[in-house]
Structures are given as C-alpha cells and as structure tokens.
Design a protein around this ligand. Sequence first.
Ligand code: MN
Length: 730
Amino acid sequence: MAKKDISPEDQEDKEIIKAYRKLLKSARYSQTEEDVRKIRKAFDIANESHKGVRRKSGEAYIFHPLEVAQIIAEEVGLGTTSIVCALLHDVVEDTSLTIDDIEDYFGPTEARIIDGLTKIEEVFERENSIQAVNFRKIILTLADDIRVVLVKLADRLHNMRTLESMRKDKQLKIASETLYIYAPLAHRLGLHALKSELEDLALKYKAPQVYGEITSKLKKTSAVRTRFINQFTLPIRQELDRQGIKYRIQGRPKSVFSIYTKMKNQKVEFEEVYDIFAIRIILNVKEDVEKAECWKVYSTATDFYKPNPDRLRDWISTPRANGYESLHTTVMSPGGRWVEVQIRTERMDAVAERGLAAHWKYKDKRSDALDSWMSRIREVLETSSSNPVEFVDDFKLNLFAKEIFVFTPKGQIRSMPHNSTVLDFAYEIHSEIGDLCIGAKVSQKMVSPGHTLSSGNQVEIITSKAQRPKAEWLEFATTSKAKTSIKNYLKIERKKIVAQGKTTIGRAMKKYSIKRTSKNFQILSTFYGVNHTDDMFYKIGIEDIHLNRLSRLKVEDGIITSKPRRKKETTLDQIMATTKGKKSDFVLGKDSAVNYILSKCCHPIPGDDVVGFVTNKGHMEIHRVSCDNTVKLLSNYGYRAVKAKWDSNETLSFLSGMLIKGFDRKGMVNDITKIISNDMLVNIRSINFTTENGIFEGNITVFVNDTGHLKSVKEKIRALKGVNSVSRLE
Ligand code: MN
C-alpha cells in the first residue's frame, strides 16, 4: 500500500483518540461494558460539541475535558459518573447543549452535577465578581454533591498546568484564586498530591523568581539528600528485611511552596530548610494487623534513633477529620539532625494522597470522620453571616486548623480545632449552651470562657440563665460555629437597639415639628456625622448621640432647611478613571498620575514586583506581589487592582528592614553597623539588638535604593564571622 501524507487535521484526530484510549485505560473502576459505553457516549458528545473550538494555546478544545477526565480517573481515582461529568463539564456553559439534554442522554445524577459545575462557572466568569461569593457557591454545591467540587478541582488543576498561554494579569488573578480557594479546599478534602501541585503552580506564576531559585537549588542539592536518606534508612531496612516485613521507603523533599512558606514565616534562608524532610515507611500488610505492624516498625526505627517524646503523633488510633491516618515520630540522626519518620500502610497512604476518593475505594468504615466534617460544613452554611468575605475568613480558619481531642463529662470524644477555647467547645455542644456559658471545669479546676483547651482535657461547661453573649467574646471564640452564633445574637440585639433609637428620635422630631421622611433622616445622619440612618438610630439607642442639638436646625413645613456640611467626596472614581483603560503600567515615581502610598505590611522597594490597589479611602496602595494581603485583595477586589511598575530612571531611598541572626561575639554590633554605614554608605534608621544565651538577633531598618542594593548589603553582612542568617523583614 502506498504511503499517504498525513494532514495536520488527521494527525490531531489521532492524538485525540490516543488521549481517549489512555483515559479508558486509567479508568480502573469503569470495567463493565455499560461503563465503557457511557464514557464513549460522553466523549462523542463532548468531541462533537467542542468541534472547531481551540484553547488559547492553539490546541483543540476537546483536549481540555479529556485531561480533566484523566485527572479525575487517574489522580483522584473516581468512577464512571464523575468521568462522564468531567468530559461534559464545559458543554452546557460553552455550547448549545442544555441540562435537559444531559438528563435525556445520561440521567438525573449527571444532569445535577453538570448543573452545579455550570453554575460555579457562571459566577466565575463575571468580570467584577468577588471571589468570596464564588467560594461560598462552591461550598454550597459541595454540600449537595461532593463530585461537583472534585471535578471543579480537576478542572482548575488542568487550567493551572496550562496557564502559560494566558495573559500576565490573568495568570496572577488565577494563581491568587488558586491559593485563596482551591488549594485549601483540596487540603481539607485530603487531596494532598493535588493540593501540593496547585500551590507549586500558583507560586510559579505569582513569584516566578523565587520559584525558579528554589527549584534550581533543590535540583543542585538532590544528590546530598539522596545520600543522607540512604545512610539514614540502611539499618532500618536491614532490620525490616530480617523480620520479613514488606515495605517501601520514600524520602521526598518538601514541596517548593512549603519551603517558600517556611522561609517566609521563619525568616530563614533556603539553606536552613531545604534538608528538612520526612522519611516515609509504607507497609504492605493485611488490614486487620495494620495498627500492630505500624507500631512494630516504630519500635524498630526508635531502636536505632532516639525519638523526641514531644513529637509522637498517633493518627492511627484517632484519625484526623479528613480521614488522614499515619504514625509520626521525630528522631535524632547521627549527624545531629531531626528527621521526621512517618509510618503507614499502603491503604493509609492512598487515603493521605488521594483523600476521600480512596475512602470510597476501600469502602472504609472509618469515613464517619468525613461525614461529621460534612455536617459541620452544613452547619456553618446554615448559621453563617451574610458578609461573604467574613464567611470565607471564618471558614478558612477552620480549614487550616490542626485538631485536638477533648472529652465530655460522660467520656465522649470530640475533635476540635487547635487553640479552641472553652467557649468554642460550649458552642460545639449546642448554641444555647454557648450563649449561656460562664466558664467550665477542666480537670477539676474552674476556668473562664476564654481558656484555651488542650488535647485530652475533660471539659464540663458551666452555664447561667442570666448570661448573654457579648461583643468581647468574639476575641476568644475561634471556631466559625461559635463566631457566627455570637454575631447572630449581636445582630439581633443591634436590631432591637436600632428600633429603640428610631422611636426615640421619632419622638424628638415630633417635638420640633420635623416630619419623619427619609430625606429628613438623611440630613440628620449627615448632621450627626454618620454614614447610614441605621448607624444613627443605633448610636441614639446606646445614647452615643444626644438629641438636644436638634433645636439648632432650621425647619420649614416639617422639612429641615439647614445644610449640614458633608464629608469630602471619595476620589475612588476619579482614580479609577485615571488608571482605567490605560494599557501601560501605572508608573511609580515623582511623575505618577495619582498619589500613592507604599503599603506598611510588605514595604515594597524598587525592583520588587508590585500591584496597586485603589482603596476605599480613595488612594492607591502599593503592595508586593508576594504579600499575603495581595492574594486576598486580588481574589476579592481584582477590579480595583492596577498594574504598577517602578520608574527606572529615579534614584530614591526606601525604608527596608533586615533580621540578622547569629552567635554573639565581641564587636559584632560594631562590625555590622560599620559595614552598613561606612562600606556601603547606607543610612541606618533604627537598630535593635538582643542577645540570649550567646545567640543574638538584630533588627535593622535602612534606606536603600532597590532590591539589588538591599541584596548586596545582605550579602556583605552574611559574610561576617558569627552571622548565620540575614533576611528581609516583611
Ligand atoms: Mn474547564
């Protein structure tokens, strides 16, 4: 047969079929003929509907749903229904197909899941949408059918993997969103591998420089790490082999993102964190002996290395709320380094990496923990406050929280977030118990509602009928359930006071023959210097506003004719008008179009990647792209962000702080200040040194021109004898 030339179209069709075949192979729980027929049908419909459409990268659109389905099948490990929905996740949103069509083709379950996915998509696409609102939508659908969220997470993962072809500002927005919403969600669902990849990819676009530095340093140090792991595990391996235990050992370094977070939070350099990693021993044993076998391996490991008694974590006897099971210990290696050893079985490892999907796979009896977590989410949703940003913050508090276990007087065990207080526990039992809480008996001692609980405490809440929730309680309530209950109570209280205030001013107005029109109420609000009439009523209710000033107003026919001075108008709209539509970046320098301030949270200096935000007060605030507040601001108020860059022609001085750590010696402070002021000719604004047990910590703020300048100062100081680390203060 003659060889024919293959056209690019044919080549692409071949690639599509290849991707489809790979998907079928990965769908290990879709083995029946019926399963394959359904997946085939979904693929055909998706392929037909997206025909001719291309993604920004230029490839045919169908590759995207195929990849999302691939993640769902292979990395999350879900079954046919989820694969079908992943293949069809964009058809209702992007093509002429409707939810009813899906229901006709497949059934009500698939239709409901795709409906959920389409609804999330719709809010996300809206340009000025506030991310917190979207987050709430996602959580709401999560309570409906968890598969909606899992497909959405897979969709986001593929979009992050292919973010390269998007515009720079879109990249930043999507990466911020990923860190703000999706990674915590993946974490809470126990999808560890997915969460790590999302975080690393987000960092890659948010802080490309730092990301590149850490990745290349990790590569350079990998041989040293491997050697250390081999040496460290050798005696353990020999002993386990002798005992005939089947196992494998992993010695993975931390993810790029977790190294970055550690460097930032502890203000240390890469060299101080890169070699901290966990050794994981994964056992291949039968389910009925797994606990005993894990402890056997623990005993072996600690025969060779001394464990730190404070760092023993038994997540096997009491798994975490997201289902995580593992035995953790930290031991001392011969080189004087702490090494975390994690011991678990293959089943536990699958749960840890792929979360609840693995629960389903193993038909785990222990998924009670997950059920109770889901019901907690529903509770939060039902009692939550109306402000979406507040909602997300409260919710995230709970997402990240570590857990403690406390006991009721009857000996029932309850899991609570780390740092929970007596008040949290009271609200956890019942909101009425919380409202009336005056303290508790913890281990026979009386403690206040603000007392922080620890694992193992037995807690008996004491109530009083005369007790009422107070605003100060919000300071020591930490769970969202407690917080929302208190806020709800205070809100109802406030309503009562507002009503009282309204009656009071109504009476006073009658006395001065002022009509109770909304116009008059507005003038009065301005007169008393408050923004809303409700605020005025409230202040009257708590007697913060006194009504005798009413006599000063001029009134004609019941209408106030005096014109109280108004507050200055906000210039927010003016600034938006100045910067909007401008293609070029907002330039920071003497000739800037509007006034700006450098944010106090991250102290940006020239050379830093920066973003501008128009604040409520009407000025421009400049933040570093790496600043935590930027993530929050970008994902919630993206429409107020303005691209900004530094004027490269100007040399100005900027304030920046450094933290220096090391061993104290005679003349140390002198040497440091000498380098800064004499050698580098940099002005010092403030300096503060403390020494404890021969270790010193120095806080110095200096005036520098840009990041390059700061870097060379840092390097010179680091070269001094006795100095261990120099880092920039956030
Ligand atoms: Mn998609």
